[in-house]
Ligand binder design. Structure first.
Ligand code: FAD
Length: 481
């Protein structure tokens, strides 16, 4: 009787503890992916359905995984429906003896897995869950008083002292498993057809395990050197761009960390670059720690004082922000990078989020939902944790009164305007000293650059000083000090 591997957020063959665990059983393997869209919705914490960009990524990743599996002699079985029902069906159909999966951390997923494990075990099937998505399981880290962490630095100190296992190899061959009927990936329609808005995504990304490996190699060759200093600059390829691969499990954090540490040991990387990169991976761990201990991370303020915050309802503002038409070049460049490529540089994510929440006084949940739908790395932990961090309502959050000025942020981190010119081509002809504030240019400069404010490029949607005062006033009125 066969061993079942249920793939979820771990769409890879290398360093996959569930797959390795199943193969170690010495039984014919069944490799299964279940598309569960039956019980979505924000009303059940942890059962959010994927956004559009993440669905695109999933479709491509599954195609890559199926091909990688076929190459070593196996077959990926695709089924659709409520995951617990589908897994039970496959177990029954094939007379499965044992099931292996890598753990998930959203409350709804945990509940489903727990329930299913209890049921299968009661029916005489062995179920083993593994750690395949994080460096450390969230419950293994506790403060001295026994509670979860709410501050990053002590969390990092405690987590980084634990040591991380070595990555597992790719299986060389897969023994043939039983022939089971499955769906055709094309029928799932994970990729858009009409309209096909995914051209920019296709040009920017190669989802799947080979794509993740290539991105890691590229980062080791080019991005890692100087990462600590330049990771805040959106006007170049200074970060790893590994986030969508980590999100879908095309690559594991264990693999990423091991590769970077190996480069350091070989004398090919600077200690401070490696340290900075390691700490960013631990921000991901910290987000998952928060999600595990606060299942409503995407819907409820971690800091309840924000529950009475006087957010504004302004569909026009939200729409201009989404489309990159706010009149603030760095914000517009970021929002257009997101729309075109499904990804945005971290510094610009912070600027765009702060602009929506503070200058726009729009509830962070609207921004979080837009990112959820448009990011290829849309992550159930990183996305809400980061939005709450920017909004000031989160754990270890930026204080509310720290309001990013999009002009000075643009001038500091995109000093020549290269990033803005690329994503906001209407401003390509602006001189560097005015590209982040075209409204300050004289009519002659604008004419020379071919810019007509209000026509070819919008005027600023809010006045920064007034919007800042409005935000601080709202914060004071809601009980903030
Ligand atoms: P690198 O700098 O190369 O970092 C390496 C890895 O570390 C990343 O791939 C990521 O997994 C992790 N990491 C880096 N920065 C952070 C961070 N601040 N918080 C948590 N993990 C981090 N990241 C997501 O993966 N998914 C999201 O949905 C997401 N939403 C965000 C929303 C907002 C408003 C903000 C401010 C940040 C968000 N981030 C999110 C975090 C961060 O912006 C991205 O992880 C990063 O930009 C990815 O690019 P990279 O892989 O080149 O990063």
């Amino acid at each position: 009787s066969p061993a079942l591997v249920w793939f979820r957020d771990d769409l890879r063959l290398a360093d996959n503890p569930a797959l390795a665990g199943a193969l170690a059983e010495g039984r014919p393997p069944i490799l299964l992916y279940v598309l569960d869209e039956e019980t979505p919705g924000r009303e059940t914490p942890g059962r959010r359905s994927l956004g559009a960009a993440a669905r695109w990524w999933l479709g491509r990743s599954l195609a890559a995984l199926a091909a990688d599996i076929a190459r070593i002699g196996g077959r990926l079985v695709l089924r659709r429906g409520p995951a617990d029902r589908v897994v039970r069906e496959v177990v029954r159909e094939a007379g499965v003896a044992c099931v292996h999966w890598n753990r998930r951390y959203e409350a709804g997923a945990i509940a489903l897995d727990r329930h299913l494990k209890a049921e299968l075990t009661a029916g005489g099937v062995d179920v083993t869950s593994h750690s395949g998505t994080l460096l450390h399981e969230p419950w293994t880290l506790r403060t001295r008083s026994g509670g979860p962490y709410r501050v990053f630095t002590p969390f990092y100190r405690a987590a980084a002292s634990l040591g991380v296992r070595a990555p597992l190899p790719v299986p060389a061959r897969l023994a043939p498993g039983p022939e089971l009927p499955g769906d055709d990936l094309d029928d799932w329609r994970l990729e858009p057809r009409e309209p096909d808005w995914a051209g920019g995504l296709r040009a920017a990304w190669q989802p799947g395990e080979a794509g993740g490996r290539a991105a890691l190699v590229e980062f080791l060759d080019r991005g890692l050197h100087g990462y600590a200093e330049r990771r805040d600059r959106p006007d170049g390829a200074h970060t790893s761009r590994l986030s969508p691969f980590l999100r879908s499990g095309n690559l594991s954090p264990v693999q990423a960390l091991a590769a970077v540490e190996h480069a350091a040991e070989a004398g090919e990387a600077q200690a401070r670059d490696v340290e900075k990169f390691r700490s960013e991976l631990y921000w991901r761990e910290f987000s998952y720690h928060l999600l595990f201990h606060h299942p409503e991370l995407a819907t409820a303020n971690l800091n309840a004082r924000f529950d009475a915050f006087p957010w504004r309802d302004d569909a026009g503002f939200v729409h201009a922000w989404q489309r990159g038409l706010t009149g603030y070049p760095i914000v517009d460049a970021g929002m257009r990078q997101l729309w075109q490529t499904g990804w945005m540089h971290n510094r610009v994510r912070m600027i765009c989020a702060s602009f929506l929440v503070k200058h726009g006084l729009v509830d962070w949940r609207h921004g979080e939902a837009w990112f959820w739908d448009t990011l290829v790395d849309a992550d159930p932990a990183n996305n809400p944790a980061s939005w709450q961090w920017v909004a000031g309502s989160g754990a270890d959050a930026a204080p509310y009164f720290r309001i990013f000025n999009p002009v000075t942020q643009g001038e500091t981190f995109d000093p020549d305007g290269r990033y803005v010119r690329h994503f906001v081509p209407e401003l390509a002809g602006m001189p560097a000293n005015l590209v982040h504030k075209p409204w300050q240019a004289t009519p002659e400069v604008l004419a020379r650059a071919g810019v007509t404010l209000g026509t070819s490029y919008p005027r600023p949607i809010v006045e920064l000083a007034a919007a800042r005062e409005r935000a601080l006033d709202a914060y004071r009125r809601s009980g903030g000090k």
